[in-house]
Design a protein. Structure first.
Lengths: 435, 62
């Protein structure tokens, strides 16, 4: 397990577990001695009769190709047995010794499910129970892999007794089956999500129920565990799309609106199914007593609202899962509600309401910042103003006393008729769809 | 496989039927599922399958 090990000479052609005395075919095994992490590179080097250092260099380089090397390394570490210490049989791969791992992960997931409400579902992904949603998703992935692995089919050719050629072929067959299963399940998941977002979720739900019935019937006839994976591949995306209330009906793409007058702000606000929605209100004719009520409804994606730095912003905004960032203040997680500056009466003021089902809302109160999320670099605003500056500006705008001459908002409700400016012209027609 | 039936398939089947039924009811606007509820149901399903699978390993290995 040292660097010195990596330069160890290849073993002499004396009998070895990979090259059995009986002249059988070579077998890929992880090495015990010539290992740095899990003996994968040593095993590959021995199997292909090349220096393990070359394999390790190849793994290192592959990091820069979408990280395929590390993924392959982990997969091999999980599925490839370790060479025997003596003349015995190779140690089974970790995935074969997963009984208690399965039980542990299973108990963990059940505890998570039961404690969802206890640990405040609204802050589940952003609070203290899990540091990052990736951990939760990782647990689900591990659980799904364990189910698939333990569901049968892959056990043939694994550790244990049997002929070596069959086991070597079994590894390759398992990799092929896993790849094909991954592709098939991915397609099923996309179809289920698409069906749910286009109003055809009933059909998918019926298919899920049908698979459940087949599982029960299969249980009485020796088992049908392989059906678990397609059932989950259909149910999980459909459930996510349904719960997030995602709909493709409101359009897909990138839209930017830059109304030039209050009358051009539609009374029912702006809607988009999936994509990027930018509403730049910085060119509006903001008077000292102007109050704009704006509603946004975005299914999946990024919504960005820009206002001048002297405008107070109040929010009554929700997200099923995502982030709500108002002038640097951020709230993220599941079922998040933003009520920034609730009750503020200062003017000029933007009263922002609506929902981003899955994604982000950013309110940027800066006169010069670029609102295009593609150009965000440092933090969410990425423009000339930082979070602290915007926060200070918003506080100042919302604590300023309203003008005393007339009630705030008089005669300035949006969409009230009159001249209507078109959305920003360089993004196409009627909302400037692009992309 | 235990006796005349496979416990893992049975548990998974019942859980999948429950999930499918809930999704169907949601699609028909009989109820409204939140992401938290869906996540909890999926977690509980996968967890239950893993527990039954792990505890039944002796049966599989004979």
């Amino acid at each position: 397990m040292t660097d010195q090990d990596t330069t160890q000479q290849l073993p002499a052609p004396e009998p070895s577990p990979e090259r059995p005395d009986d002249g059988g075919p070579k077998r890929l095994l992880r090495t015990r001695e010539n290992r740095v992490i899990a003996g994968v590179a040593g095993g590959l080097g021995r199997y292909f009769n090349i220096d393990p250092v070359i394999v390790r260099i190849a793994f290192a380089i592959s990091i820069f190709f979408a990280g395929l090397g590390p993924i392959a390394y982990v997969a091999l570490a999980l599925f490839v047995p370790t060479e025997p210490e003596g003349d015995g049989e190779p140690s089974p791969p970790p995935i074969e010794r997963s009984r208690w791992l399965a039980v542990g992960v299973g108990i963990g997931l059940v505890v998570v499910a039961l404690s969802w409400g206890v640990f405040d579902g609204g802050h589940f992904w952003g609070g203290g129970f899990f540091l990052h949603p990736g951990l939760f998703l990782g647990a689900l992935v591990v659980g799904a892999i364990l189910i698939a692995r333990r569901g049968g089919g892959f056990r043939a050719g694994a550790a244990g007794t049997g002929d070596r050629a069959g086991r070597a072929g079994g590894v390759l067959l398992a990799i092929l089956i896993a790849f094909l299963a991954f592709v098939g399940l991915s397609i099923a998941a996309v179809v289920a999500a698409w069906a749910g977002a286009t109003g055809h979720g009933v059909a998918v739900a019926l298919v899920v129920i049908g698979i459940g019935v087949m599982l029960v019937l299969g249980a009485l006839n020796g088992g049908a565990r392989w059906l678990i994976a397609p059932a989950l591949a259909l149910a999980i995306p459909l459930g996510a799309v349904t719960a997030a209330d995602i709909s493709f009906g409101d359009g897909i793409g990138e839209r930017e609106y830059r109304p030039l007058s209050l009358a051009s702000v539609p009374a029912d606000g702006y809607e988009l199914g999936i994509g990027q929605l930018i509403v730049d209100l910085r060119d509006l004719d903001w008077a000292d007593d102007t109050v704009v009520e704006l509603n946004l409804d975005l299914g999946v994606g990024d919504a960005v609202v820009g206002v001048p730095s002297n405008v107070c912003v109040t929010t009554d905004f929700d997200t099923r899962a995502g982030d709500l960032q108002v002038a640097g203040d951020e709230a993220g997680g599941v079922d998040v509600h933003s009520a920034a500056n609730a009750g503020a009466t200062a003017t000029p003021r933007l009263d922002l309401s609506g929902e981003v089902d899955l994604g982000q809302l950013r309110v940027i109160n800066d006169d010069a910042s670029d609102l295009d999320p593609h150009h965000f670099h440092d933090g969410f605003n990425g423009g000339e103003a930082n979070d602290d500056e915007m926060n200070a500006a918003l506080d100042a705008a919302c604590t300023a006393p309203p003008p005393s001459t007339e009630p705030p908002g008089a005669g300035v409700s949006p969409g009230g008729g009159g001249e209507r400016d078109e959305p920003h012209a360089d993004r196409g027609d009627g909302g400037a769809e692009r992309g | 496989v235990t006796g005349d039936y496979d416990r893992v398939s049975l548990v998974a089947g019942v859980a999948v039927i429950v999930i499918g039924t809930l999704l169907l009811l949601d699609q028909e606007d009989v109820l409204s599922l939140s992401l938290g509820i869906v996540g909890a149901i999926i977690s509980a399903t996968i967890g239950a399958i893993l527990i039954v699978s792990g505890l039944g390993e002796e049966d599989r290995d004979g």
